[in-house]
Every structure is written in C-alpha cells, then in structure tokens.
Design a protein around this ligand. Structure first.
Ligand SMILES: O=C(O)c1ccccc1N[C@@H]1O[C@H](COP(=O)(O)O)[C@@H](O)[C@H]1O
Length: 214
C-alpha cells in the first residue's frame, strides 16, 4: 500500500486547501486550547467542509465528556485522536460514547515506553507513536513539539491495530523515517509550519510530494 499522510493542526481554509490539493489522506483539527493550533468547533465545522475524501481527525488531550460532546455537536469528525494520559479504559469509553474510531498516541523516548502499548492494542482502533521530548526541548505541549525519537525503536514491531508515526517529521526526513520504522502512515504538524501554529502551504505541498513519491 502507498504511504499515507495526515497533516495535523490545520486552522484556515487556505491550509486545508493546500493539504487537500496535495493529496492528504487525513486532516487533523486540534481541540486543545493551550495549543497555538487549537480551533473552535465552529471553525472546524466551516473548514471541515473542504476536506474532500480526507479523514477528519479531532485531536483531544484528556477531554471530558462535556468537551467531546460540545465539539461533536458543532463539527463533523471521522476519528478521534487522544494525545494525553487517557487510560485504555477511557480510550474505549470515548470510542463507545462517540461512535468514532479512536487513535491513541503513545509517547516514546526509549524501549521501555513500548510496555504500555499492548493495553491499547485493542482498547483503541489505531495507535500513534510520537516523541516524548527530551527534558528542556519542546513547547510544554504533550505533542506537536517538532521533536523526533529514535525510529529504529519501531523497526520489526507488530501490533494488531494500524499505526502512524509522528514527531519531528518534515519533507527532508520522512523518507528515512519510513525506511527505518516501517511506518505505513505518517503524521506531521510542526514540520509544515513557518512558526508554531502557522501552517505553510508550500511546506505542506513539499511534505506531501515527498510522501507521495515513496
Ligand atoms: O499539534 C499540536 O498542537 C498538539 C498539541 C497537543 C498534543 C498533540 C499535538 N500534535 C500532535 O503531535 C504529534 C507530533 O507533531 P510534530 O509534527 O512533531 O509537531 C502529531 O501527531 C500531532 O498530531
């Protein structure tokens, strides 16, 4: 199967258009107010009408039911991404409540961080491997920090659920990241920005060209 790409943190009609034109397979909307990429359900409803065949993914960090309901009442989503400290039980409960597939992000720094994965490989529908930023790096967010981990840690590992690779990807390193990790899906945010929260249509196009050439 061809490599698939999710572009996360889209927040204006122009950058959604760039992602759709470039052939993005999934588009992420951030519903986490501390993030510079966070948008309201109203904005997501509006720009979510331009996404074509791309899967619309809503990114949440330890959401309560009230916030999930508020977002889903306002905006149409196809998948939920959980990027906080949600337990396997909470991830499964969110899947039942929303009726949507759930992707659980697991933050990796070393081999010991894979110990938690099996518990989610069933409670969630998808897994997402992101970097746990080394201390002193990153913006204090639980993701979207533009920090990579050692992709060799993923090589040869198998799970029941499909999975995505994220963390510090960009047009220059995505081929190497996929070659080493064996990822079939990649997810990017910072690597297609000119500043945190400001997506760059040219960088989106370049990233998607790199992905689609593999
Ligand atoms: O993008 C954000 O602002 C964000 C906030 C909170 C949790 C996760 C977030 N983004 C996700 O982080 C990874 C890695 O992003 P990057 O390419 O290293 O910037 C990615 O899965 C985003 O969906």
């Amino acid at each position: 199967m061809k490599l698939q790409a999710k572009i996360c943190g889209l927040n204006t009609p122009e950058v959604v258009d760039a992602a759709v034109r470039g052939g993005a397979d999934a588009i992420g909307f951030v519903f986490y107010p501390p993030s510079p990429r966070s948008i309201s359900p109203e904005t997501a409803a509006s720009i979510g009408r331009q996404t074509g065949r791309a899967t619309r993914v809503g990114l949440f960090v330890d959401p309560d039911d009230g916030w999930l309901d508020a977002v889903l009442t306002g905006a149409a989503l196809d998948m939920i991404q959980l990027h906080g400290s949600e337990t396997p039980q909470r991830a499964a409960a969110i899947g039942s409540r929303t009726g949507l597939p759930v992707m659980k992000a697991i933050r990796i720094r070393g081999p010991e961080d894979f110990g938690a994965v099996d518990a989610y490989d069933g409670a969630a529908d998808w897994l997402l491997f992101d970097a746990k930023p080394p201390k002193g790096q990153g913006h204090g967010l639980p993701g979207g920090n533009g920090v990579a981990f050692d992709w060799r840690l993923l090589a040869g590992r198998k799970w029941n659920r499909p999975w995505m690779l994220s963390g510090g990807l960009d047009a220059e390193n995505v081929a190497e990241a996929v070659r080493i990790s064996g990822a079939a899906w990649v997810d990017v945010s910072s690597g297609v920005e000119s500043a945190p929260g400001t997506k760059d249509p040219a960088r989106i196009a370049k990233f998607l060209d790199a992905v689609k050439s593999l």
